[in-house]
Design a protein around this ligand. Structure first.
Ligand SMILES: [Zn+2]
Length: 384
């Protein structure tokens, strides 16, 4: 994820907040809580949990706004188990692309995925002679024939930032110069990435365990993607250099296998483990996957998670979902805001600092997200 200066942010508002052009050229984070009544022309009149003002018109059809069907019962998401998976990743140390701990974690995650998934595949690409590995688990419904069609994609990045360059970090000034290389750009300050990296993976591993126990009604792909947080987000006019590597690769090769077809939609988890987590609705997500966003926030509302899932607050973030949306897989991003206005204090203040450690996270937060996504999956209607 990245930030752009406020001036650029304001320019974007002027040129049309939700145009593809605007974000395609400049993936970054922006936060616009005040735009709720002006910018979201595709707002959601009937979305559960969304107390939208009547003046905001919906561009969705009534069938898209239909409430979800009754849930199939499923095993419960275990907060402690998920939090253990977060801590386990941290025990490997910082895991930036190209580091030995990165390789060790990759092997561990592949091993874990093989324990739970019906099929496990890896996608390996190369960046500056470093291996970038996407780890993909397929979970099929009972009696499904391969290749399964239209899987639901859940994803989170498993690598961590090689440098502490968040707004609250002093490490960058004190550290080495930016140097690309097999050990990341700053060897002195790789962050732990307990929340930024490990939290999303921790939720998905616990979900994988549950999906092994109880098969989902529809096919599910869990993608642990690599190389999200390696390089320079501001390079190439905001396009980035050495960032979102795994998601960009997957977006180009979403079905290069005999096991599954192209995902029908996706949900990205990033920075979803903080003790005082909040998840405002993300603007690009709502532009490209409004139905999914409404469903997810609606379910969270039904489950009593309005304090976390804030449909009426908006943020705008450049993240792994950008490549997927560009590639035609409508994908939402569930993410705690970064610590920029107006979230300087309620955003994740440890973002890209040496303080992004496991003690800042809580299993209860992971469970809020896990419970919501399990409901999402088990409310899906099988297509025969
Ligand atoms: Zn990050």
């Amino acid at each position: 994820m990245n930030i752009l200066p406020l001036i650029r942010l304001l320019r974007k508002v002027k040129i049309g907040l939700l145009s593809t052009k605007a974000w395609a050229s400049a993936p970054a984070i922006f936060i616009f809580p005040w735009l709720i009544t002006t910018a979201i022309s595709g707002g959601c009149r009937n979305a559960p949990g969304a107390a939208m003002k009547p003046a905001v018109q919906s561009s969705l059809t009534s069938s898209q706004n239909a409430p979800p069907s009754a849930a199939i019962s499923h095993p419960l998401f275990d907060a402690d188990k998920s939090y253990s998976e977060l801590k386990k990743q941290c025990e490997f140390g910082p895991r930036p692309l190209g580091s030995p701990s990165h390789e060790k974690l990759r092997d561990y995650l592949i091993e874990q995925m093989k324990l739970f998934a019906d099929q496990t595949v890896t996608q390996v690409s190369t960046y500056r002679s470093m291996k970038v590995t996407n780890i993909i688990g397929l979970f099929t419904p009972e009696g499904a024939k391969l290749p399964v069609k239209n899987p639901i994609l859940l994803l989170a990045h498993w690598d961590t930032r090689p440098v502490a360059d968040g707004p609250n970090s002093t490490e960058l000034e004190n550290g080495d110069e930016f140097v690309y290389g097999p050990h990341g750009w700053n060897r002195t300050t790789p962050i732990m990435g307990a929340n930024d990296g490990a939290s999303g993976v921790a939720v998905l591993l616990e979900m994988a365990r549950i999906l092994k126990e109880k098969k989902p009604p529809v096919p599910v792909l869990i993608l642990l993607d690599d190389g999200e947080d390696y390089g320079d987000f501001r390079a190439n006019g905001g396009e980035g250099e050495g960032v979102e590597l795994g998601s960009r690769y997957f977006a180009k090769h979403p079905d290069n296998t005999t096991l599954y077809g192209r995902p029908i939609f996706g949900v990205l988890l990033d920075i979803i483990g903080a003790k005082h987590m909040i998840i405002p609705r993300e603007i690009f997500s709502h532009q490209y996957a409004p139905g999914t966003n409404e469903k997810v926030f609606g379910i969270a509302h039904e489950l009593g998670f309005d304090n976390v899932f804030r449909f009426n607050e908006l943020q705008q973030v450049g993240d792994d979902h950008i490549a997927l949306n560009k590639g035609g897989i409508p994908t939402i991003d569930l993410i705690h805001p970064l610590p920029f206005a107006p979230y300087q204090t309620t955003g994740y203040t440890y973002w890209h600092t040496m303080e992004d450690t496991a003690d800042k996270c809580a299993g209860t937060s992971l469970k809020v997200v896990g419970d919501t996504l399990l409901e999402l999956l088990f409310r899906e209607t099988p297509i025969h």
